[in-house]
Structure formats: structure tokens, C-alpha cells
Design a protein around this ligand. Structure first.
Ligand code: BLA
Length: 238
């Protein structure tokens, strides 16, 4: 269901950047679950390039029961750019949840103006996908922008509306990167390294998918996947 989104992202990345494949810890790159009703394959990809220190995306294909496309793109710490976050979920026909955001590292006004305001027009073009839903797992004021795509929707909207929105958001993100001036002050760069690390810790500790990973692939695998791949700068004990 979300394969065209994965393919589009992949094509864009390969076309625009000089990607280098990054290793994924043994056993985490691909896993097949055959636990009765939880039949699924999970597969992940990881790259880096001068502009992005980590690009990772994951696809869960559980047939009708589950389709998930999840991705985070971490800019090089010499850019204070938000992270690009993608979480497209479908559990049967009834439960389709889509999230797409430039995840802010800082919340001050100058930052908002530079990186979040440019999203406003796009956001306003897709009112059906920006539903302003309440968050249960996360704090909407931390690492989410006010112009995120966040909707409970249906397959038809995914195809007809989400795909154009996805293209627009990606294009805007590449544009912000093009215009970004790399930082050179080691102090400023350290501040970004820390903010990206804090994002990983926050995200790993709250990841709403941890139960899903456990039920499909077992608790041990799930913890490893969270702390050694998805959010590798987080610590399980922190
Ligand atoms: C919600 N994301 C969810 C849910 C699951 C996942 C199972 C809960 C759905 C529900 O029952 O309501 C799934 N999260 C995943 C998967 C991975 C993951 C499969 O990290 C990893 C492979 N989540 C992200 C990113 C964003 C994001 C990058 O990982 C940013 C765009 C957003 N996911 C996000 C939000 C919700 C969500 C905002 C709703 C959570 C809430 O209500 O608080």
C-alpha cells in the first residue's frame, strides 16, 4: 500500500544525493514473523551522505493486516534543519494513520520562522490530511511542528491526496536544505548533535510501535531494533 511512497523517496534520495550504504546490525535488516495471525516481513534500509548523517527507512508488509512505512532522515550536525519524519500506517481497512513532518530540533521563534513557517502553505493545501488530532503517545509540542500532516484516513485518500502531499513536503525539505548554510562553530554543532541525540532518546522511550514489534518478532528483537537501529543514539537505561 505504501510501497510507491518508499520507491519515490528512494528515487529522490538516489537522484539528489551521493548515498553510501550504512550497515544495519545483524538480524535487524530483515526479519520474517510467522506467529499465527502475525505474519509479516520487516525490512530496513540505511544510508548516509554529506548532507545527511543517517537516512533510515523501514517497511512492514503484513498483507491486509498491516502495512507500515516509517522513515527518519537526520541532517548532518552542521545543519540545524529539522529531521524529516514519516510514519504511514495501515492496519486493515479501518485503521489508516498517516504522519509526515519536519521534526523541529528547537522551539525558539527564529527557528520556527526559518523552518516551520515555510510549511504553512503546504499544510493549508491539505486540510483533509492535517486534522489536528490529539496525540496519545507523544507530546505534540516536542519534536513535532504545528504544520504536520496527521490524519486518520482511508485508502482512497492515501492514493489521491497523500501522494501529492508527500511529494510537496519532500520537495520543500530539499529546498530548505539547499538554502541552509552549514555551521562551522563547534559549539553550535555540538548543540545539534545533542538535540538529535535527545530526539532519539525521547522517541525510543515512547515508540508506540514497540508492542507491535514485540508481538511480531519477540521482545528481545524489538528492543534491539529500537535501540540499535531505529534510535541508535538512545540508551535503553537512560
Ligand atoms: C503513531 N506509529 C504510531 C503508532 C504505531 C506507529 C504503531 C500507533 C498507532 C495507533 O495505534 O494509534 C508505528 N513507529 C511505528 C513504526 C515505527 C515507529 C512501525 O517508529 C518504526 C518502524 N512516528 C515516527 C515518526 C513520526 C511519527 C518518524 O516514527 C513523525 C512523523 C509520528 N506516529 C507518529 C505520531 C503518531 C504515531 C504523531 C500518533 C501518536 C500519538 O497519538 O501520540
Amino acid at each position: 500500500m505504501y510501497q510507491p511512497f518508499r520507491e519515490y523517496l528512494e528515487q529522490e534520495l538516489f537522484r539528489r544525493f551521493d548515498l553510501q550504504s550504512q550497515p544495519i546490525p545483524p538480524g535487524l535488516e530483515r526479519q520474517v514473523s510467522d506467529r499465527g495471525k502475525h505474519q509479516a516481513t520487516i525490512q530496513s534500509w540505511c544510508y548516509q551522505c554529506p548532507e545527511f548523517r543517517k537516512i533510515r527507512y523501514t517497511y512492514i508488509d503484513g498483507g491486509e493486516a498491516s502495512q507500515v512505512f516509517n522513515s527518519v532522515i537526520y541532517p548532518s550536525p552542521c545543519y540545524d534543519l529539522p529531521l524529516l519524519g514519516i510514519d504511514l500506517l495501515s492496519f486493515g481497512k479501518k485503521k489508516i494513520l498517516v504522519v509526515l513532518d519536519f521534526q523541529p530540533l528547537f522551539r525558539d521563534e527564529a527557528y520556527q520562522k526559518k523552518y516551520i513557517e515555510p510549511m504553512r502553505e503546504l499544510h493549508d493545501n491539505y486540510p483533509d490530511l492535517a486534522q489536528g488530532l490529539e496525540m496519545k503517545f507523544y507530546d505534540a509540542n516536542q519534536y513535532f511542528s504545528k504544520y504536520l500532516i496527521f490524519a486518520k484516513t482511508d485508502a482512497e485518500t492515501v492514493e489521491n491526496r497523500l501522494f501529492p502531499a508527500f511529494r510537496d513536503y519532500l520537495n520543500l525539505y530539499w529546498g530548505l536544505l539547499d538554502r541552509a548554510e552549514p555551521l562551522t562553530d563547534p559549539e553550535e554543532i555540538r548543540r545539534i548533535v545533542k538535540a538529535q541525540k535527545d530526539y532519539d532518546q525521547y522517541s525510543a522511550d515512547r515508540d508506540p510501535a514497540s508492542g507491535l514489534f514485540s508481538s511480531y518478532f519477540g521482545h528481545e528483537w524489538a528492543e534491539k531494533f529500537l535501540y540499535e537501529f531505529l534510535f541508535a543514539d538512545a540508551s535503553p537505561l537512560a
